[in-house]
Design a protein around this ligand. Structure first.
Ligand SMILES: Cc1ncc(COP(=O)(O)O)c(C=O)c1O
Length: 448
């Protein structure tokens, strides 16, 4: 499949008639002769906005030549190195893998400090090799970088959509063909484009694996996401966190179980209470004079308070097992109220079986120190001794996922492992047998 990822060359002399301009243009032509696009610019411009171009490039070639790098002037050298370091720092902050080359004279290379050299794929010595050879070398590295970009499921979906197989399976539009038979279908086809329709396939396509029993490339992508989010398990869900919440509940809660629920919970949790036949006791959040709900006061989380609520509830106090089966907290309300998960694990980890954090609005939290301990599962987060921890994420809300992209993360406790077969029965109960593959791919890509 043809993607547009030009090799970006930054050289003051890119359009000049001097030796260095001729040299860099010869390299650019040699790259283009291999069928690869080149984007030539003459300055870094605004550092950070330029570094953002990393997502559209397949490699960077930064030229440092004599004029900006006058080796006889220590001040010039220090200045040039400062600019170079800032630019490469910006690039690497956003992209650890993209190939970066410096291009210059051999005597210039001797002045490049180690911390900069370490970030490079190479130093191209001006006039040492033929432009054709250098071009092929850079293109090889650029291709290898691009080949490594797509995560497991998206990679296979790309392959499948481009290999020209006829579609004999559902959906009935057969790779988009049915849309071509009517004027309005043509409009639809032209608007959404062929790739979306070719990639809209049935779960009978073996080579893409199965979301429903977590096999093949889909399973690899769920494993990859589990690794990235530091969870023991990750399950992609294509019907939103409304469905993820119900799956978590049906996997853990039986009729007559006592459950503890944030009174300001999402409707899907209320539906889960109804569907499982659980007996809820509610944690009551505060509401301020602006109408903003939350936080739940600390005292509400105390095991004694919860026991009192159970005793005060005519159904709960008659329950066979009064140990709450699950606690569900809205972890980030719509207004941004969040709780310290480690505190909740310590306070309730032994008196509630399962801690469920509805993180529909918080899938990004694992990636910023601002949220340390204020989200369910992440790096260096200790296991609870007894309580299993679940997080449900709307990938589509705060990460780059298509609508309805969602995921369930699980952190097992020291004493309990997830029964994956039991869990999957609940998963199957709520999942469609025709999941939308573009949504699965967006879960995969959002994680990557
Ligand atoms: C706290 C909470 N949980 C769950 C959901 C449902 O998520 P989805 O829209 O992905 O089904 C929402 C949606 O707004 C929500 O705010």
């Amino acid at each position: 499949m043809k993607f547009r990822f030009p090799i970006v060359i930054i050289d003051e002399d890119f359009r000049s008639e001097n030796a260095s301009g001729l040299g860099i243009r010869a390299l650019a032509s040699a790259i283009e002769a291999e069928g690869v696009e080149v984007l030539g610019v003459t300055s870094y411009g605004d550092l950070s906005s330029f570094a953002q171009q990393q997502s559209r490039a397949s490699a960077f070639i930064l030229s440092i030549d004599d004029e900006e790098f006058d080796v006889d002037s220590p001040e010039d050298v220090a200045n040039a190195i400062k600019n170079l370091r800032a630019f490469i720092g910006e690039l690497r902050f956003r992209n650890a893998d993209i190939p970066i080359y410096l291009y210059g004279e051999t005597r210039t290379s001797q002045h490049i400090p180690n911390d900069i050299l370490r970030e490079l794929h190479g130093f191209i010595h001006m006039f040492e090799d033929t432009p054709e050879f250098v071009a092929r070398h850079i293109i090889r590295e650029a291709r290898s970088y691009l080949d490594g970009l797509a995560p497991p499921f998206f990679r296979e979906l790309l392959k499948y959509a481009q290999d020209g197989s006829y579609s004999w399976h559902c959906p009935g539009h057969s790779g988009g063909v049915a849309f071509l038979k009517s004027p309005v279908g043509q409009m639809f086809h032209q608007f959404f484009g062929e790739n979306m329709l070719r990639a809209d396939v049935c779960n009978a396509v073996d080579e893409l694996g199965q979301l429903l029993d977590h096999t093949g490339p889909v399973a690899q992508s769920e494993l990859n996401a589990a690794r990235i989010f530091n969870a023991d398990h990750c399950y992609f869900v294509t019907n939103g966190t409304s469905t993820s919440n119900k799956i978590v509940w049906h996997a853990n809660v039986a009729p007559g179980d006592v459950v503890v629920v944030d009174r300001n919970c999402h409707k899907s949790i209320l539906h889960a209470i109804t569907m499982t036949g659980a007996i809820p006791v509610f944690l009551q959040p505060t509401r301020n004079n602006l109408g903003i709900i939350g936080p739940i006061p600390l005292s509400e989380f105390h095991p004694d308070t919860i026991q009192k609520k159970i005793e005060a509830n005519p159904f709960a106090r008659e329950a066979l097992n009064k140990k709450p089966r699950i606690l569900t907290i809205t972890q980030s309300t719509y207004d941004g109220v969040i709780y310290n998960v480690e505190m909740i694990k310590q306070t309730l980890g032994s008196s509630v079986d399962t801690l469920h954090f509805d993180e529909a609005w918080l899938p990004h939290a694992a990636f910023h120190e601002f949220y340390t301990d204020m989200h369910a599962i992440g790096r260096n987060r200790p296991r609870s001794e007894d309580a299993m921890v679940f997080a449900t994420h709307s990938t589509h809300k705060m990460l780059a996922g298509l609508s309805q992209a969602s995921q369930i993360l699980v952190q097992e406790s020291e004493n309990r492992q997830l029964d994956r077969y039991m869990f999957n029965e609940a998963y199957l109960m709520h999942m469609s047998t025709s999941p939308q593959y573009a949504i699965i791919a967006s879960c995969d890509v959002a994680a990557a």
